[in-house]
Design a protein around this ligand. Structure first.
Ligand SMILES: Nc1ncnc2c1ncn2[C@@H]1O[C@H](COP(=O)(O)OP(=O)(O)OP(=O)(O)O)[C@@H](O)[C@H]1O
Length: 276
């Protein structure tokens, strides 16, 4: 569990995070949801220690990270896996070498055979058991994300951070990547935090969702609750998003269907416009 307490951050006197309190739960896909510029990346950077909050504390499973001793911070950092937005693979390394890289850096005590076994296990887990010898330039965007996930989990991470894992992917590949992140989270009982502004991911993997708006947490809940929100900013965010997959999911699971919820939410004029 990761606990965020009153985290504040300003740049040149411009407040970006205005006192965030939230909890990212263990064994769940926790989504950090919000529009552009709402402070999601700044919060993520504060959590993983790339940026220091001005005020507030961040605690990983009971151990305070902010302002703690360097060795304690390093110990926590070793438990963090990151999937970067552009996958951030090393172009000059094979898929196998990319996945092995954090093991060489973080667990020098592992033998070459142990590393090989672990890399093979992780590549198999993400469905890339036959791609180890390929170079990043030879694989698709979705495969790169899979390598990124394999690399993030290779050192047995306890906390997995994914920065917009669907960026640059087509809808079908996005679903597969979402499902993979969700499965891995539940399978290994890790604490996963996914930055997204994609409502499709919300309905697919939103075990716990935190909605940020202008540097404040305005709502938290799960994917079954979000469409019934009464928070105006969240309503606006939801109904201005692409809801193709959401519509399918909700219509399967509710009597009224998404169309009814949308019509209730929009003004008459907007609803008429939508009806065409
Ligand atoms: N190092 C920095 N120095 C100054 N301003 C910054 C810095 N990092 C972020 N900001 C500002 O903080 C605000 C929030 O940025 P952030 O990247 O966290 O937004 P976001 O919610 O992740 O948006 P997006 O979804 O578009 O990535 C922006 O106005 C950005 O310009």
């Amino acid at each position: 569990m990761i606990e965020i307490h009153n985290v504040q951050k300003s740049f040149n006197g411009n407040p970006i995070l205005r006192g965030i309190d939230c909890v990212f739960e263990t064994g769940k896909c926790n989504l950090l949801l919000g529009g552009s510029g709402t402070g999601k990346s700044v919060l993520l950077q504060c959590i993983v220690g790339l940026m220091k909050p001005d005020i507030g504390s961040i605690t990983f499973d009971g151990t305070v990270f902010t302002n703690n001793k360097v060795d304690i911070k390093q110990e926590i950092r070793r438990k963090i896996g990151m999937l970067f937005q552009g996958s951030a693979l090393f172009d000059s390394m094979t898929v196998f070498e990319n996945t092995e890289f954090p093991l060489k850096m973080l667990t020098p005590e592992m033998t070459r055979e142990e590393r090989r076994d672990r890399v093979e296990f992780c590549l198999k887990r993400v469905g890339l058991e036959n791609a180890g010898n390929k170079m990043p330039s030879e694989i698709s965007g979705g495969m790169k994300k899979r390598v990124g996930i394999a690399r993030a989990i290779a050192p047995n991470c306890t906390y997995l951070f994914c920065d917009e894992p669907n960026s640059g992917l087509d809808p079908a590949t996005s679903i597969k990547i979402d499902e993979l992140i969700h499965e891995i989270t539940h399978e290994y009982g890790i604490t996963t935090v996914v930055i997204t502004h994609d409502m499709n991911s919300v309905v697919e993997i939103g075990d716990h969702i935190i909605f940020l708006h202008k540097g404040q947490k305005l709502w938290d809940g799960n994917k079954d609750e979000i469409l019934n929100t009464t928070v105006p900013e969240l309503k606006e965010f939801i109904f201005s998003s692409s809801l193709v997959r959401a519509a399918k999911k909700v219509d399967e699971e509710s009597e009224g269907g998404l169309a009814a919820i949308v019509d209730e939410t929009l003004s008459d004029e907007q609803a008429n416009e939508r009806a065409g």
